[in-house]
Design a protein around this ligand. Sequence first.
Ligand SMILES: Cc1ncc(COP(=O)(O)O)c(C=O)c1O
Length: 404
Amino acid sequence: MNFSRAIGRMAADTSGVWDVHDEACALKANGEDIILFSIGDPDLPTLDITVDHAIASLKAGRTHYSPGAGEKPLRQAIADIESRASGRATAIDQIVIHPGGTNAIFTTLSCFLDEGDDIVIPTPMYVGYQGLLAAVGANVVHVPLDANDNFSLDVDAVKKAFTDRTRVLFLNTPGNPCGNFIGEEQLRELAAFCLERRVWIVCDEVYSMITFGRRHVSLLKAAASLENVVVIDALSKSHSMTGWRMGWTVSSQDTARRILAFASATIFGCCQFVQDAAAFALQNDEEYMRAIADEYRVRRDYALERINAIPGLSANRPGAGMFIMLDVSQVAPDGLEFAQGLLRHGKVSVLPGVAFGETTRQFVRLSLTHPVHIMSKAFDRIERFAGSRLAGSTEQEARNGDMR
Ligand SMILES: Cc1ncc(COP(=O)(O)O)c(C=O)c1O
């Protein structure tokens, strides 16, 4: 039987980047003492009052079809938040609700791209984009971030990557996996550059609420016009609600109508009681948001302290999000080999950096999804493993020296 070209592209991933994680999960299920640092699912629970609200909503019979664009109270709560954050009055009909950030991205890209169109994306990029890009059949043009400058974006390099086939510039700030920011000026300049060329600029901001000191600036604030702009956000990470599947798009009203047409046809409305809980969460989250960001900051600081004390390892300093990129180039040929060895000998699973693109082949990504006492155990193992690799390569060098 024949399958579609889209599924052919989507099923063709042979990179094996999830192999280490899959093996780690299988070992863990077999009772082995594995510490999973390889996936970005927060260990922190959804707030109790949000869960209680969802239960009350379920019991009140909120189990029916919902409007395609989403429930009004949730869209209003989001419009209020976006208006406050961007200083730009945002109306409810600029917001469309989607079942998770992933679906919001898929819907948005489906509205803008035909097979073979160019999409420009800085890399390293979130691993989940690959399947979405394969689904829409876009031709991906990567622009490397500067690994020597905390993964900063070079605006001129982005501009140079544009061709007459470019339909979308896709940005992610704060970024996964590097916790890097794209600054307000850079966003403004790129939005104007795109508008001039009638190119869409889409910004994934799902880590906007987990920042450490520096404040996130939304493309909604930076762009002079929303004519070519879509911003995507979700509750998955910020509110530890990955399994609830709740995300949204913000755009001009005209663009929102197209996004709504696609979402209505393919999703036909999101779960009512989940939307009720999401609206409640967004209106009662101030303390929780502070606590979550503080907890990730404590974990980031602990991880950096440990990494900086391990010879042969170094890391960038993420300003946001829940990940750290570990440079393993001094102790392993690449991140994949390091991740395989660490799982085998140290029982810690990390994600090889090549999952995010060539720029980070020499890195592995660690998720900050364990409390410090578990991180401490994991870093003891990482330290032993890196130490053994360093000792091994020193012995090898000495042997090579003898032979010379
Ligand atoms: C940058 C980025 N965008 C989108 C997503 C997907 O979000 P969701 O779980 O809401 O689909 C993730 C998840 O890890 C992410 O890191």
